[in-house]
Design a protein around this ligand. Sequence first.
Ligand SMILES: [Zn+2]
Ligand SMILES: [Zn+2]
Length: 316
Amino acid sequence: MSTDMSVSEFILQNEPTIRIGFFISIFAIMAIWEIIAPRRALTICKAVRWINNMGIVFLNTAIIRFIFPIAAVNLAAFAVAHDWGILNVYSVPFALAVLISVVALDFIIYLQHVLVHAIPALWRLHRVHHADLDFDVTTGARFHPIEIIMSMLIKFSAIVVIGPPVIAVVIFEVVLSSMAMFNHSNVRLPLGLDRVIRILFVTPDMHRVHHSTEDNETNSNFGFNLSIWDKLFGTYIDQPRGGHHDMHIGIHGFKDPKQVSQLPGMLMLPFVGKITGYAINRREWSKESSKEWGKERSKESSIESSNVEFHDNKKE
Ligand SMILES: [Zn+2]
Ligand SMILES: [Zn+2]
């Protein structure tokens, strides 16, 4: 326990340095990798996108510092000290508690991501992430400030309920931010290696499917770290229909660079236009799929009616 305490104290004192150090290092590695081995040609000016995408990152960092008096690790330390949360109530071996916490927090992030696609008003916020016309390392950090505040509130609630060790929260935050940069990168990965990593983790090719303009592809591959959630809950799509080179990135109907690539337009994006058909309960059926669905329904109802007849015969 004393080792745990000293490690926790060291992490608490150096947490911002650890986090920023990882952010800059992974960002630099992915940015260089994107130049050496890009997966797709970018469609709009990289400098304009990077200035604006990084602009929203700095704005979000400032807003979070202003609104939240403490960081997630401080809240975890407070929860440990006051025996808050499941893992502080039951005695769980330290290493197992760290593993459970990291996996549970990742599952919550997966559920939160499904939620922002499912609820129309939240999809408006999340559109800022999806409206990027290209997919690269900066896309991974591009979120509307209100979505970032909501994420913080969900993370704080999860910490209070789970009661994770301080080190688990630091590992989770560093891994999440590093993986978000990795799996949004415009990098070419040998296909065999992609398959091996994908057994457990999300790869750039897997997450690129989620940024397709096709609505069934947008509503798939919600995971940020572990790939298991999409496979377990039936939201996994292996490859984009159009192929990685020819698929379209972004949202149907949102192509104006002022709106999707420049900071003021991005900040206003949740408040303009209609919700669009991407949100799960607003999806509109094309004529073709309506017809197909109609055929399926008539097949099902004929099977049901024959079953009814069968039961009725039995009764007689
Ligand atoms: Zn999404
Ligand atoms: Zn994404």
